[in-house]
Design a protein around this ligand. Structure first.
Ligand SMILES: Nc1ncnc2c1ncn2[C@@H]1O[C@H](COP(=O)(O)OP(=O)(O)OP(=O)(O)O)[C@@H](O)[C@H]1O
Length: 356
């Protein structure tokens, strides 16, 4: 398993810059997710790593070997990169058994029969398919077919495995099962993995670190809990964990990770890492309705989510006039005025000035 290095990668299609000067380092055995809205460049970045696209500039290296470096004429073809790939479509041979589907790449490479059998058995076992080795793909569920595709890539003992939205075709329940299968597999194989998804919950559930992308750039690259608790900018705060972002000013110094910020005339005590915050990220679970609260707001929408209501709340103009979300067990009607307590918020300085 290997370290993956991307250095200043740029890829343009005509006038579109799909990947814009991206640098990223994945540690040996790390599970990295590329997360972002449609068109942000995550598939292009994965295809550049795989070798299906060539960067206009920059360098890609895996396990100490350069795979692509146009400045010195290096462009290793995909089949020589020693990477496994798992896509949305499984592309299994319908007439071959599960075992033959998995072992086929080894046959093509003329790997000796004994070794082929050993690798096949290991891949069947790690993907939980041993009992299904003799079935045909048509006799499997969608999740099982995806496991065959995964086993077929693992028998090649790749240096890294690339996933392009592999669960997008599966229903919600199966996705959850497959997510835990991927996590187990990652633990057992220790493979370096790069996983493209637009589903933030999936990225959070799987990855050691997530690169949040927008407009061909990485807006933040951090472990899931840091993205959630300490977003670096408004784009990440809004995209991850349903945060709302409000403009704020410092109302005191930042000490030991805490500070007072002003929402208009209201002062809230929140977490922060900067003396000059420009924005406050508030998640529904950090806003509490409380008779003793000091921030009034009006309920403008209420949706029952099972066990709790998701309330949309409007702040008055003298409190910044923003819209925030809160979760509450008790029912409130549209038009009700409630008192709020901000129990958890994160104030940050948004240097990217991305529109929310
Ligand atoms: N072969 C191509 N020719 C022209 N433009 C392309 C090509 N491939 C991608 N693009 C453009 O590059 C940008 C990034 O596309 P990419 O497929 O990498 O995004 P994505 O984040 O994977 O999106 P999605 O989640 O919708 O698949 C988009 O604006 C897209 O239209």
């Amino acid at each position: 398993m290997a370290k993956l290095i991307l250095e200043n990668i740029t890829k343009r299609f005509g006038t579109t810059t799909a990947v814009d000067d991206i640098s990223l380092r994945a540690k040996v055995g790390e599970f990295i997710a590329l997360l972002g809205p449609s068109g942000c460049g995550k598939t292009t970045l994965l295809r550049l790593i795989a070798g299906f696209e060539t960067p206009d500039s920059g360098r890609i290296a895996l396990g100490g070997q350069s795979l692509a470096d146009p400045a010195v004429g290096i462009a290793i073809p995909p089949e020589d990169r020693n990477l496994g790939m798992v896509f949305q479509s499984y592309a299994l041979w319908p007439h071959m058994s599960v075992a033959r589907n998995i072992a086929y790449p080894l046959e093509v490479r003329r790997i000796a029969k004994q070794e082929r059998e050993a690798r096949l058995q290991a891949a069947l076992q790690v993907t939980g398919l041993t009992q299904m080795a003799n079935r045909k793909p048509a006799e499997l569920s969608g999740g099982q077919r995806q496991r065959v595709a995964l086993a077929r890539c693992l028998v090649m003992e790749p240096q890294a495995v690339l996933f392009d939205e592999p669960l997008a075709n599966l229903d919600v329940h199966l996705r959850a099962t497959m997510q835990s299968a991927f996590r187990d597999l990652h633990r057992q194989t220790g493979a370096t993995m790069v996983y493209v998804t637009h589903d933030q919950a999936e990225a959070m559930a799987l990855a050691d670190r997530i690169a949040v992308m927008q407009d061909g750039r990485i807006r933040q690259f951090a472990p899931p809990e840091i993205l959630h608790d300490e977003p670096a900018n408004a784009m990440v705060a809004g995209f991850v964990g349903q945060g709302v972002v409000l403009p704020v000013h410092a109302a005191g110094p930042c000490r030991d990770g805490w500070m007072d910020v002003s929402l208009g005339e209201h002062i809230a005590r929140v977490r922060s890492g900067t003396p000059r915050p420009t924005h406050l990220s508030l998640r529904p679970d950090g806003v509490h309705i409380d008779h003793n609260g000091t921030l009034p707001a009006q309920v403008t929408n209420a949706v029952y989510l099972g066990g709790k209501f998701r309330l949309t709340l409007q702040l008055a103009p003298n409190h910044g006039g923003g819209t925030i979300l809160a979760e509450q067990r008790q029912r409130y009607d549209i038009g009700d005025t409630v008192m709020l307590n901000i129990q958890d918020g994160w104030a940050f300085e948004d240097r990217t000035a991305v529109a929310v």
